[in-house]
Ligand binder design. Structure first.
Ligand SMILES: Nc1nc2c(c(=O)[nH]1)N[C@H]1C(S)=C(S)[C@@H](COP(=O)(O)OP(=O)(O)OC[C@H]3O[C@@H](n4cnc5c(=O)[nH]c(N)nc54)[C@H](O)[C@@H]3O)O[C@H]1N2
Ligand SMILES: Nc1nc2c(c(=O)[nH]1)N[C@H]1C(S)=C(S)[C@@H](COP(=O)(O)OP(=O)(O)OC[C@H]3O[C@@H](n4cnc5c(=O)[nH]c(N)nc54)[C@H](O)[C@@H]3O)O[C@H]1N2
Ligand code: SF4
Ligand SMILES: [Mo]
Length: 715
């Protein structure tokens, strides 16, 4: 028997094949690299994955990277264009799909004008595709309505950093400087679950004696590493930082030399804080005065210090102000532009950084140029070979496009690389808005929840097939090569945009034979802009990851920003004034608890990719609500029971995870699931006036056992 098995295995090996693919993870902003080995033994297939060395994550991979190939190989991936016929989708050819889009787009624009079509992009697209999507909207369709999912992600941090420093690059330093920082503030960032392969940098900092301060309403694997955890009330960071600033100024712990030489606005800040009362602030944010004082003193007196923020403090209707106040903290203590001193807006998506630089945003042109600046418009129009006057003006933000659809101003939407009916706030409304469209096109690998509402779904290639550059959290551009040839019926996003432009009569502006051609045009379009890529070439990227800004004269790219001056008109950073914001939806008798939302390690965003990966789906099979034991008791809820959550905007049923790792007044729900259990049925559509970020991190809700709710429905 043993001999037979041995013989059988040997025979299998002989008839087997092995393919090796070098790639880069399609998920978060670290952009870990990997090698996949696909073995085929007779009829069996086995894929093994290992991390490969790279300067960012040094060869590490997290559980999502290990399983990313599972969605790529999933047979549920769509392989041909699919047209809606009644309630079902039928396969059509690409020629038919392009003919349909030509017919519908042209007729809509003839009747309702160019601006009747909107374009909606995402931070998973490569730089080349994000750039091309912006050009497609402005040149091919001639619409001003384009925006992307980064509005819900990086918009508060980006606008905050732009106004304070004159530039927004995810991290102002090299990651390898983290261990040199003697005090690190982690505000609303769960790196252990969201960028796990960066954790060793924090661990090393700790080993070097750094003091870690985590600020989060929940205990997480990240806060577990900290020396001090502030379990803050959701939505209170802006006021909390005012309290810190008050102590630092009162106790004269500021860096006067830095303030005088490198900043403006300090006097106004002091004046603004004159009337603040520490006791009162401590009450509002629910952090004792002694703790506030400890944080303020520790950070201000530390020889070096860093600040990392993420969506926990940014996804608020005053996310911009909250970020500005945290940046004030860095500026008054002079903790930027030196080794071990800097700011990281811990970027989210794989190309969350590049995706926000090259023109997917409503008011932006490539290279971080502004669509409202005449000189910028002229420059980019010239690169594109059109008249400046032909370039449309600024559009509106992602959620505001939904409002335009609902009002009938937008009749059609072209979505590439996003699943808005799960990721927008207040999706009961968004669903209605998308359903009201005359023609919805979704480009995706899967029939996502948004795809299910579409008139046409176009199949896009996956990370293993699609070549292009991604700019990671550090502001480093990395080339992801195509490891496999795309299936016959599937197209790359850039191919779809070029072919569609050609069908719509604009092919002359989209003459590229590969991503490198597009990148070369992007280099030119970004030249002289803030995000200048002109010195980066595909040749260089074969061997290295390059920091922007990078010009031919300064080919190294800037590793540490702001060491001499800030890229503002007068070279100074700006200290802003931030009021003591509190959530506009306060808890009430009807909605007595705060709801905050976010992520778990095993799933990615709206979950389309990770729920289609068996190894990840099986780890966390359903959404849940995290609730404190005392709160569960108060509301009559048992562990693992179903509960009904309600807000002003809707109602959903979720299973209870009872844990004392969350505040008693707060519930936490991850947002990786669509359909009836999507938490965005409850979240608030209130937008930040400056950056249009919604309030994903705080709204008020009620919770009840499901049976009580259903009984009360019966009576
Ligand atoms: N596993 C996984 N990793 C991911 C993603 C994913 O979906 N899954 N998505 C990627 C993307 S696009 C992004 S943007 C990043 C997001 O990365 P993070 O922003 O780190 O993730 P979140 O879970 O949204 O929020 C972080 C923390 O903020 C806390 N928080 C909530 N409200 C407040 C508050 O008022 N104040 C403070 N101080 N903290 C608060 C939450 O409890 C949570 O632990 O992750 C990226 N990486
Ligand atoms: N309640 C709540 N809501 C949130 C957040 C939160 O913390 N709480 N976070 C917000 C944040 S930070 C973000 S970034 C958004 C993300 O929101 P979305 O953009 O809607 O999320 P994804 O799941 O990344 O959607 C991407 C879709 O595009 C597909 N896709 C992936 N790669 C490609 C590609 O290269 N080409 C094409 N054509 N398709 C591709 C995927 O299969 C998926 O269906 O969600 C936001 N919504
Ligand atoms: S999800 Fe992020 S940390 Fe995990 S392997 Fe992918 S890029 Fe690396
Ligand atoms: Mo994000």
């Amino acid at each position: 028997m043993k001999n037979f098995l041995h013989h059988f295995r040997e025979k299998e090996k002989v008839s087997g094949t092995e393919e090796i693919y070098e790639s880069q993870c399609p998920f978060c902003s670290v952009q870990c690299t990997m090698k996949l080995v696909e073995e085929r033994i007779v009829t069996r297939k086995r894929v093994s994955v290992n991390g490969t060395p790279n300067v960012t994550s040094e060869g590490r991979l997290c559980v999502k990277g290990m399983h990313a190939h599972q969605h790529h190989f999933n047979p549920k991936r769509i392989q041909t264009p699919m047209q809606r016929k009644g309630d079902a989708f039928v396969s059509i050819t690409w020629d038919e799909a392009f003919a349909l889009m030509k017919d519908r787009f042209e007729s809509i624009q003839e009747t309702d004008g160019k601006d009747a079509i909107g374009v909606y992009g995402g931070g998973s697209l490569t730089n080349e595709e994000a750039y091309l999507l912006g050009k497609f909207a402005r040149v091919t369709l001639g619409t001003r309505f384009i925006d992307y999912n980064g509005r819900f992600c990086m918009s508060a941090a980006a606008s905050g950093a732009n106004d304070a420093f004159g530039m927004d690059r995810g991290f102002t330093n090299k990651l390898s400087e983290i261990p040199y920082s003697k005090c690190i503030i982690l505000a609303g960032t769960n790196i252990a679950e969201c960028q796990p392969t960066l954790m060793p940098y924090l661990e090393e900092a700790k080993q070097n004696g750094s003091f870690l301060i985590a600020i989060d309403p929940r205990e997480t694997a990240t806060t577990d590493l900290s020396d001090l955890h502030i379990k803050i009330k959701p939505g209170m960071d802006a006021s909390f930082v005012n309290a810190l600033l008050k102590v630092i100024i009162n106790e004269k712990l500021v860096d006067s030399e830095f303030i005088i030489n490198r900043t403006k606005g300090y006097e106004e800040l002091c004046h603004h804080l004159d009337d603040s009362d520490l006791e009162q602030l401590s009450d509002v944010v629910d952090v004792p005065v002694e703790t506030i004082t400890e944080v303020a003193r520790t950070f201000a007196t530390s020889p070096t210090g860093m600040l990392l923020t993420a969506r926990g403090v940014e996804q608020l209707a005053y996310g911009y102000d909250t970020v500005r106040n945290y940046l004030n903290l860095l500026l008054v203590t002079g903790k930027i532009g030196r080794i071990g001193c800097g700011y990281g807006a811990v970027t989210g998506q794989g190309n969350g950084q590049g995706g926000r630089e090259h023109g997917q945003k409503a008011d932006q042109l490539p290279g971080y140029r502004s669509i409202e600046n005449l000189e910028d418009r002229r420059y980019v129009a010239n690169v594109w070979g059109i008249d400046e006057g032909e370039l449309p003006g600024k559009g509106v933000s992602a959620y505001e496009m939904m409002e335009k659809m609902d009002r009938g101003d937008l009749k059609s939407l072209f979505v590439m690389g996003s699943n808005p009916v799960v990721s927008n706030p207040n999706i009961n409304f968004v669903e209605k808005a998308l359903k009201s469209l005359e023609f919805l096109v979704v480009v995706d690998m899967f029939e996502s929840e948004t795809g299910q509402l579409a008139d046409l779904i176009l199949p896009s290639s996956s990370y293993l097939e699609d070549e292009g550059t991604m700019t990671n959290f550090e502001g480093r551009v990395a080339l992801r090569k195509a490891a496999r040839v795309r299936p016959e019926g599937v197209r790359h996003d850039w191919e779809i945009l070029c072919q569609l432009s050609s069908v719509l009569g604009k092919g002359a502006y989209f003459q590229y034979s590969n991503p490198q051609d597009i990148f070369n045009e992007l280099r030119l379009a970004s030249k002289g802009g803030i995000a200048d890529y002109s010195g980066i070439t595909y040749d260089r990227l074969q061997a290295e990851r390059v920091y922007w800004p990078c010009t031919e004269d300064d080919p190294d790219g800037e590793k540490r920003l702001f060491s001499e001056s800030f890229p503002t008109k007068d070279g100074r950073a700006s200290i802003g004034i931030v009021r003591n914001h509190v959530p506009s939806e306060s808890v009430s008798a009807q909605y007595p608890l705060y709801l905050t939302t976010g992520r778990v390690l095993e799933h990615y965003l709206t979950g389309v990719q990770t729920r289609n990966s068996p190894g990840l789906r099986s780890r966390v099979v359903e959404p849940f609500v995290q609730i404190h034991p005392e709160t569960a008791k108060r509301f009559g809820l048992q562990p693992h029971e179903m509960a009904c959550l309600t807000s002003e905007r809707g109602e959903i049923q979720l299973r209870c995870h009872v844990t004392d790792r969350i505040r008693e007044d707060t519930l936490f729900v991850p947002f990786h699931w669509g359909g009836k259990q999507c938490i965005n049925r409850l979240t608030s559509q209130e937008l930040d006036p400056r950056c249009k970020m919604p309030s994903f991190k705080v709204c008020s809700v009620d919770i009840q056992p499901s049976y009580e709710k259903s009984e009360s429905h019966v009576t």
